[in-house]
Design a protein around this ligand. Structure first.
Ligand code: UD1
Ligand code: CA
Length: 441
């Protein structure tokens, strides 16, 4: 089976300088929702038809997707014809790039529906109360016809079964039909929908859950879909043992996994392939992205991205784990601490106002308030290593590359530019002078 996804249109009603399919639902571009679902069907090829600002769309698609450009958008039939050379003789599935929530189960049923009925062409349809904008399904003997809303005559206005924009074809038939397509309609476009009436046998399968085939055409629909999918995801998590105290103001992406008895406080965003263990406390006001948190982790009013956090760690309030951090068990990261490419060993603490970048800390290390690893000289980045049990006094600057040995102590306010051996006291600051009674004079 080959899958073709139509995404060349501008999406005029979105009123945007970006192609419609780049707008995001739960932080994932609309087109990527469709591509991800099509991948689950294991097609031989996934082809995305791009057109309007094609390079922007192509940039965000996975490498194993083939992009075919439709330079001029002359209609959905014309779009599919652009990929003519990729159309196989066997099965072709066509998805709309702006219909993001179709799931693979429905598609598989739909593919079976076409095969079992021996249709050359089939369409997934839905029944709507007020079906403006959609193409209407007209049932004839052995086949169906699809008429766009703008082309229908009065008595057809009553029809409420409409085209979802998802099709399944016999490839041989599709190629022939595309060659014979005409554009004699109200918009002078080549309509893919005209092919259904060209088949000897074609049919429509009504989808059970309309939500799956709703398209996104303007910003109101975009916002509505964001809310709707958010509610679905939150409900599923709640049903599976996660406490989400304020589901209205908690946004969790579709690829996030959360363990039982974890509590999510309001105003929290969790995106990407984030995995959270059991008994965690997340939020309020926290953002987690592409990270793994083991059991019993607390993250309050903080951001964690591209990081790994082991058991019993506490982060925040107001900290930022920027990228590629590994935080071992029982660590405490307190307030206003920024970490980047930091490996923090078990039981270590950085409780207040610190920057630790390109740094490796051993176990039981104590980082005093205001400690900064100076990892950047304006051109290159350098590493800081701090041994087990070391104690860094407050307001110290560790000028990388530098190593602080095991169990050593750095005096408060030091600027450390040379390695500190194990079990040593390092002082790198001006000596205090007291001038007695100077003020009285
Ligand atoms: C289309 C269907 C309509 C159906 C509706 C479902 C046709 C003629 N009509 O209408 O029956 O009810 O979808 O959503 O097919 N596209 C291209 N190249 C083009 C034109 C469109 O790639 O030249 C892409 C768009 O980017 C979009 C999809 O095809 O992803 C559908 O196009 P759109 O203009 O939204 O079609 P509708 O008018 O909604
Ligand atoms: Ca549409």
């Amino acid at each position: 089976m080959t899958c073709i996804i139509l995404a060349a249109g501008k999406g005029t009603r979105m009123k945007s300088k970006y192609p419609k399919v780049l707008h995001k639902v739960l932080d994932i571009p609309i087109i990527n929702w469709v591509v991800e679902t099509s991948k689950k069907l294991n097609p031989e090829k996934i082809i995305v038809i791009t057109g309007y600002k094609a390079e922007l769309v192509e940039k965000i698609l996975p490498d194993d997707v083939v992009c075919v450009r439709q330079e001029e958008q002359l209609g959905t039939g014309h779009a599919v014809k652009t990929a003519y050379n990729f159309i196989p003789d066997d099965e072709v599935l066509i998805l709309n790039g702006d219909v993001p929530f179709i799931n693979e189960k429905t598609i598989n049923e739909f593919i079976k529906f076409r095969e079992e009925n021996g249709y050359q062409a089939a369409v997934l349809s839905m029944v709507l109360k007020d079906p403006v904008h959609y193409g209407k399904i007209i049932h004839k003997k052995n086949k169906i016809e699809i008429k766009e809303f703008r082309d229908i005559v009065d008595e057809e206005k009553m029809i409420n079964e409409v085209n979802s924009g998802i099709y399944c074809f016999d490839g041989k038939f599709l190629k022939k039909a595309l060659e014979n397509l005409k554009n004699n309609n109200d918009q002078n476009e080549f309509y893919l929908t005209d092919t259904l009436d060209m088949a000897e046998k074609s049919g429509a399968m009504v989808v059970e859950d309309n939500f799956q085939v709703l398209g996104i055409n303007d910003r109101k629909e975009l916002i509505k879909m964001n809310q709707a999918i958010k509610n679905r995801i939150n409900n599923e998590l709640i049903e599976n043992g996660v406490t989400i105290l304020d589901p209205e103001n908690t946004w969790i992406g579709p690829n996030v996994k959360i363990g039982m008895d974890t509590v999510i406080y309001p105003f929290t965003y969790i995106t990407g392939n984030t995995e959270i263990g059991e008994d965690c406390i997340i939020g309020p006001m926290t953002r987690l992205h592409e990270s793994t948190l083991q059991n019993n982790v607390i993250v309050q009013r903080s951001e964690v991205e591209f990081s790994k956090v082991m058991r019993n760690v506490s982060i925040g309030p107001w900290s930022r784990l920027r990228k590629e951090n590994v935080i071992e068990e029982n660590v405490k990261i307190g307030d206003f601490v920024e970490l980047k490419k930091a490996h923090i060993g078990k039981n270590s603490k950085a409780q207040h106002l610190s920057y630790l970048g390109d740094a490796t800390l051993g176990e039981n290390v104590n980082i005093g308030a205001g400690t900064i690893t100076c990892n950047y000289d304006g051109k290159n980045k350098f590493k800081t290593n701090i041994g087990d049990e070391a104690f860094i006094g407050s307001n110290s600057s560790l000028v990388a590359p530098v190593n602080v040995g095991k169990s050593s102590l750095v005096g408060a306010g030091s600027v450390i530019t040379e390695d500190v051996p194990d079990y040593s006291l390092a002082l790198g600051r001006g000596r205090q002078i007291n001038k007695k009674d100077r003020i009285k004079k």
